[in-house]
Ligand binder design. Structure first.
Ligand code: NAD
Length: 290
């Protein structure tokens, strides 16, 4: 590191809280080092209260870009100069670029494209497919909108009746108004409809975080009859690598079970491309981190 960082090194930041557990700094710094790019990536504990100052800091210091995570993904939007079409549709940002350090900040969202690329790398295409999803928060919205933009035939979203339900309604409307995909929303308490929907789907996506601490002993699917040999099951969680849902699906013969590591890698790879113009050496990073 000391050999690498000098007066010319450009900074990329990550602003979120909590953030110390994140794999992103290691992922980006290893990729910079591997490609010999003169950048450094650092995480800063920033919540909504510090966000305005942090964005001013990005401009003032000429920080070349930043990743953004919870709780700032939506809150950062008013401080930016421009949004990519996908970020506008999703209503959230996880990557900010500051081209040439000139202070014009553009917000992008790479969670959805990252998830779609992760599926593709596993040989799974959403195009023309019926997809059942649970979760319509930050990750779920990005995935739902990108799946619709990528040609999914139907997206059937199931959500518990909590504060995210309204957002799920808005997401369904955006998809139906802006894409060829037909989206629906049903309360997850309607378990008959949930099971029926999965029986008609080729892909089930869990974007809730159930299966991760403190819900690591929980799964939204517990009925073996729901799992079929032609069903792909994708869980956005990557700690643990195999959630209770993925273990259950694998043990009951699902076609494929996919965790959130690929999504994490490819959302990072796309952000890396936005920051540097270069392709992240994903095979190298995979070997190093996974
Ligand atoms: P969020 O809080 O914005 O949304 C959570 C969603 O899950 C909401 O729709 C909520 O209604 C639903 N939900 C919450 N508890 C539930 C329960 N007990 N039963 C059913 N539904 C429930 O969170 P988020 O930012 O969208 O993150 C969700 C998960 O995705 C987290 O585990 C996060 O770590 C993961 N994530 C992974 C990646 C990746 O790259 N793999 C990227 C972003 C987020």
């Amino acid at each position: 590191m000391t050999e690498r960082i000098d007066g010319h090194t450009l900074l990329i930041s990550l602003i979120a809280t909590p953030i110390r557990h994140s794999l992103s700094p290691t992922m980006h710094n290893e990729a910079f080092a591997k490609l010999g790019l003169d950048y450094a990536y650092m995480a800063f504990e920033v919540g909504n209260d510090e966000l305005s100052d942090a964005v001013q800091g990005i401009r003032a210091l000429g920080i070349r870009g930043s990743n953004v995570s919870m709780p700032n993904k939506q809150a950062i939007i008013p401080y930016l100069d421009e949004l990519s079409p996908a970020a506008k549709l999703v209503g959230a940002v996880n990557t900010v670029t500051n081209k040439d350090g000139k202070g014009h900040l553009v917000g992008h969202v790479t969670d959805g494209t990252g998830a779609m690329r992760a599926l593709k790398e596993e040989g799974v295409e959403v195009k023309d497919q019926i997809v059942t999803m649970t979760g319509a928060g930050g990750a779920g919205t990005a995935i739902a909108i990108q799946a619709a933009l990528d040609g999914a035939k139907e997206l059937r979203i199931f959500n518990i009746n909590d504060q995210h339900y309204k957002n799920a309604e808005a997401t369904v409307k955006k998809i139906n108004d802006n894409t060829e995909c037909t989206a629906t929303l049903t309360d997850l308490s309607n378990q008959v409809a949930f099971k029926q929907s999965i029986s008609e789907s080729s892909i089930y996506i869990d974007a809730t975080g159930v299966g991760m601490k403190p819900l690591q002993e929980e799964s939204l699917i517990n009925d073996p009859e729901v799992i079929r040999p032609d069903l792909v099951v994708f869980d956005v969680v990557y700690i643990p690598k195999e959630t209770k849902l993925l273990k259950f699906a694998r043990e009951h013969g699902a076609k494929k079970t996919i965790n959130g590591l690929g999504m994490m890698l490819y959302q990072g790879a796309e952000a890396f491309k936005q920051f540097t113009g270069e392709d992240m050496p994903v095979d190298y990073i995979k070997e190093l981190l996974f």
